[in-house]
Ligand binder design. Structure first.
Ligand code: ADP
Length: 637
């Protein structure tokens, strides 16, 4: 269903919806937006996953969700539990087994019944204790009475004491009658939802506690030490396991058995504990499994378990972005209302604060006409902004709060990158003016949402043997590939025989971790050509782009963050692939700091980046004649 669930009472102006950030929604604040009751109706985007969850809930099928964190996997699993019938719910009781204390009995009763049974047993035990007490006092009275009559009071008191001790010592036996309710669904209004992400074996499969007093009347009866696992608590409901591959293989195997059998006996999980001697009768665990993870997780999970879920259920991929439409924008406004309501303490957002969040959602998508579906982090932004307003006791969260929050809720990578830029300024590793031969300010992405300037130096030396590319560090492969691509071009316009040269490539990054340099091939190419032809590169320019063997500049990821990094590093111009032009969504503050130059061909890149007119012009002219379409006629490589 894709009808807008935004409060029908709220006016939507279809005329202005097209370019309005609120999608035509006419509200003063998110207070005016009604939040749907059912969790499944609160889910934004992910239509396919949503449909599958609804279908799987009806058919009681397992589901595997693959996708990025924070896109709603656990939310959907929880929503699924709300869709399951609650009539099926059960309580589970563990009883003492008089025949074998190490094999407690298990009984399943309809939800709510368990409480009654326990109460009845407690009442019975209480009565029995009362009777014992009365009996004891009668016997003591008789003994003392007899002692008084026979004149031997001391003996009588001693005997009475012994009788009292005997009764006290044996009274524990009556506790054994009261069963241990390990699953209590008496107050449960919807089917259970258990999140077993990162659970250890005991928490997942149940456990029997160790008993330090294993004999001598002080021991706790074994059935009282039985603890349920998530699989048992999820009976008739949903068991959610994210990062499923992090469960160890043996546990995954047991989980599979539990899924197959629909019941799983509880035993002590630590081998040397007294709990390991205890094993209950099978305990029901008839749950629907929702397993989640990223693609990697799927590859590393136990193949039999995966097949089981696949064979008896659905697999669905979660989207990271969604097309930006007026309807979606209205839903994003509702998202803020949802998060505000869920938190309970945040002030509602004014309309322009909502607009700012939607802008950020656009920006974070990194795609033209799309909005990000990474809602957890967007929710983080909402909370930080709301907290700022709340700290100042304001009635509403404003646009300014959102802007401040954006600054504050920078990811670790962003903070690292900023810190790094600062440090490099200190060391003067950063060059953003003048011309240098063989040195280019490249740009790379760190983490998911931050860019960093990554200078590249190329040096050409006569070959020691056959000419080779000498690069160091984690970007070695990429460097070699870039040089290969550019050498096809160089062959066409230069007399230099690269097979007689060694090309040294250095990334001036001093071991920076987590840098993705996959998209630096125009940088390497520019550095090599500059070094080869002795033409300096303008250091006020930074660049990013991938290079084809034909000399085309191909699109890359993360342009927005890269451009911002270049601006922060003090560059005044930045070259990006023309095909990425539509992905640029830089923050206002950077717009005046840096000029963006889209290029589609290496000759254009060099035209912009190289300095020293006559030499450069002749080089670019030669290049123009051989790259692009003209290059088609020439042989490649
Ligand atoms: P995942 O399990 O995919 O890591 P979660 O379901 O835990 O993500 O999402 C975290 C929070 O982000 C949710 O509790 C909810 O507030 C919000 N959220 C995530 N995805 C969505 C979505 N598709 N629609 C609305 N809110 C979402």
């Amino acid at each position: 269903g894709s009808t807008v669930e935004v409060d029908p009472g709220v006016e939507v102006d279809e005329e202005i919806a097209e370019d309005d950030l609120l999608g035509g929604l006419k509200i003063d604040s998110t207070e005016d937006i009604e939040v749907p009751d059912r969790l499944v109706d609160q889910v934004i985007g992910q239509d396919e996953a949503r449909d599958i969850i609804i279908k799987a809930a009806k058919q009681r099928r397992h589901v595997m969700m693959i996708g990025s964190p924070g896109t709603g996997k656990s939310m959907l699993a929880k929503a699924m539990s709300q869709l399951l019938p609650k009539e099926d719910l059960q309580d589970v009781l563990v009883y003492h087994n008089p025949d074998d204390g190490n094999e407690p009995k298990v009984r399943t009763v309809p939800a709510g019944k368990g409480e009654q049974i326990i109460d009845a047993h407690k009442e019975e035990a209480r009565k029995r204790n009362q009777m014992r007490s009365i009996l004891m006092w009668i016997i003591i009275a008789i003994v003392i009475g007899y002692a008084i009559l026979s004149g031997n009071i001391l003996l009588g008191v001693v005997a009475a004491g012994i009788i009292w001790l005997i009764f006290r010592y044996t009274s524990r036996g009556t506790d054994a009658m009261v069963p241990n309710m390990i699953v209590n669904n008496g107050d449960q209004r919807v089917a259970p939802f258990e999140d077993a992400t990162g659970a250890h074996a005991g928490a997942l499969l149940g456990d029997v506690r160790h008993d330090p007093f294993q004999s001598g009347g002080m021991e706790t009866p074994s059935h009282d030490r039985v603890e349920p696992g998530s699989i048992h608590k999820a009976n008739k409901g949903v068991l959610f396991v994210d990062e499923i591959n992090t469960l160890d293989i043996r546990t995954q195997q047991k989980l599979m058995t539990a899924i197959q059998e629909g019941e799983f006996a509880i035993t002590g999980q630590s081998e040397r504990s007294s709990g390991a001697m205890v094993q209950t009768e099978p305990v029901p665990c008839d749950f629907i499994m929702v397993a989640a993870g990223n693609l990697d997780a799927m590859e590393n999970m136990h193949p039999a378990l995966r097949n089981r879920i696949k064979g008896y259920g659905y697999e669905v991929y979660m989207d990271d972005t969604i097309e930006d439409t007026p309807e979606m924008r209205r839903k994003y406004a509702r998202f803020i209302a949802q998060e505000v309501e869920r938190d309970g303490r945040l002030p509602h957002f004014t309309d322009d604060a909502v607009e700012e969040v939607i802008l950020e959602a656009k920006r974070r998508s990194g795609r033209k006409n799309h909005l990000t579906l990474l809602f957890r982090s967007l929710g983080g932004l909402v909370r930080v902004a709301g907290d700022i307003a709340r700290a100042e006791d304001r009635e509403f969260t404003t646009r300014d709060d959102v802007l401040q929050a954006k600054q504050r809720s920078r990811s670790i990578e962003q903070q690292l990158a900023d810190d790094y830029i600062e440090r490099r300024k200190d060391y003067e590793l950063q060059v953003n003016e003048g011309g240098v031969e063989g040195r280019v300010n490249g740009l790379a992405v760190m983490g998911e949402d931050s860019g960093i300037m990554l200078p590249v130096m190329a040096e050409i030396a006569p070959a020691q043997g056959g000419g080779q590319v000498i690069a160091t560090g984690q970007l070695k492969e990429m460097a070699e590939e870039s040089v290969q691509n550019v050498s096809a071009i160089i062959k066409k316009f230069s007399d230099v025989d690269l097979s007689e040269k060694d090309i040294h490539i250095q990334f001036v990054q001093a071991g920076q971790q987590g840098v993705d340099g996959d998209s630096a091939s125009i940088t390497v190419a520019t550095a090599v050509i500059s070094a080869l032809e002795n033409i300096p590169v303008d250091q006020s320019i930074a660049m990013t782009g991938s290079l084809s063997v034909r000399g085309d500049v191909l699109p890359v990821g993360g342009v927005t963050h890269k451009i911002e990094a270049a601006a922060k590093a003090g560059c005044s111009r930045v070259i990006i692939p023309e095909a990425n032009e539509q992905d640029v969504m830089i923050e206002e503050e950077y717009e005046d700091m840096i000029e963006i130059i889209p290029c589609s061909n290496i000759s254009e890149v060099l035209d912009v980046a190289l300095m020293g007119e006559p030499k450069k012009d002749s080089l670019v002219d030669r290049l123009k004649s051989i790259t692009g379409s003209a290059f088609d006629q020439g042989a490649v490589g």
